[in-house]
Ligand binder design. Structure first.
Ligand code: SF4
Ligand code: SF4
Length: 279
């Protein structure tokens, strides 16, 4: 899980996304965003407290159990999805709090791998690669790594395959070619793309329903894929439907759908104009 470093794996050209560089990392599969309160402020203070407590109290493997029981008894562990474990060993890896990661990882513990005690166990923690590794093309990964520089947004975006692929497909269709990472030497293009990915946090049509992350919701017993009832709202399925679902959108009327479409179209138009102007 999140302490695998940015490297080409030995047996393939796969880029490992968990710890790509010094300014960001991901902890999504350790349950980072599965707390009912998964705002940046809440997660930051949760991870900060854990990291401090771990540093102060875990001096030998025998101390880990006490650490875990203190964290479990003192934190609000209410989850979004019951089926996803929220791991108590996720913390910050660096003083600047730029990188989230596993407090039990050997790199943090003078070579001693403490992950045997974890819910998933050492083997799974060390070997898991989420679907983004296989479904987001290498060039798109490289673009994302270049434009996102903060753990909170990075983890939300790199695990949202639809959000990433749909955007780059829409851009490629308009531009007439696949976007290359080199195009993002332009600060203006970076800013435009950041506006799009930033909607993962501040999208105005985002559902206020806390039991929801991206296109999935939990109905009390299982995950369901949400959908937008376009017919009821008196309109056709939007070409941006996949993006709307990734952004957890809920629309009250047709006008709101139109406004949302205008926002995405304006972002794409601006990107395409800037891209064409720079060639
Ligand atoms: S969700 Fe994927 S990228 Fe994120 S830490 Fe897990 S395996 Fe790595
Ligand atoms: S022990 Fe917890 S934080 Fe560490 S890799 Fe496993 S699930 Fe993630």
């Amino acid at each position: 899980m999140p302490n695998k470093v940015f490297k080409m794996s030995m047996d393939s050209n796969l880029i490992v996304l968990c710890q790509p560089d010094e300014v960001k990392s991901c902890g999504a599969c350790c349950g980072l965003y599965n707390y009912v309160d998964s705002t940046r402020a809440s997660l930051t203070s949760r991870l900060r407290r854990r990291t401090k407590y771990f540093r102060e109290t875990v001096k030998t493997p025998a101390d880990v159990e006490r650490y875990a029981s203190e964290i479990k008894s003192s934190e609000d562990l209410t989850k979004r999805y019951e089926g996803i474990y929220c791991c108590e060993y996720l913390g910050f890896l660096d003083e600047r709090e730029k990188k989230v990661g596993c407090l039990l990882h050997p790199q943090r513990n003078e070579g001693c791998d403490l992950r045997d005690v974890s819910f998933y166990g050492r083997e799974l923690c060390a070997g898991h690669l989420c679907p983004s590794h296989y479904f987001i093309p290498d060039s798109q990964v490289r673009i994302l790594l270049g434009i996102l520089d903060d753990w909170y947004l990075y983890g939300l975006c790199i695990t949202d395959i639809d959000l990433v692929k749909t955007y780059f497909k829409l851009l490629a269709d308009r531009i007439g070619e696949e976007l290359k990472p080199e195009a993002f030497a332009s600060e203006t293009l970076v800013r435009i793309a950041r506006q799009y990915f930033g909607w993962k946090i501040d999208w105005p049509f985002r559902s206020a329903d806390t039991n929801r992350l991206g296109k999935y919701y939990f109905d009390g017993s299982q995950y369901m894929i949400s959908h937008i009832d376009y017919e009821k709202l008196g309109t056709n399925i939007s070409e941006y439907n996949a993006i709307f679902l990734s952004l957890s959108s809920v629309f009250r009327n047709k006008r709101e759908i139109e406004l949302a479409q205008e926002m995405i179209s304006a972002n794409i138009d601006k990107f395409v104009r800037t891209y064409a102007g720079g060639r």
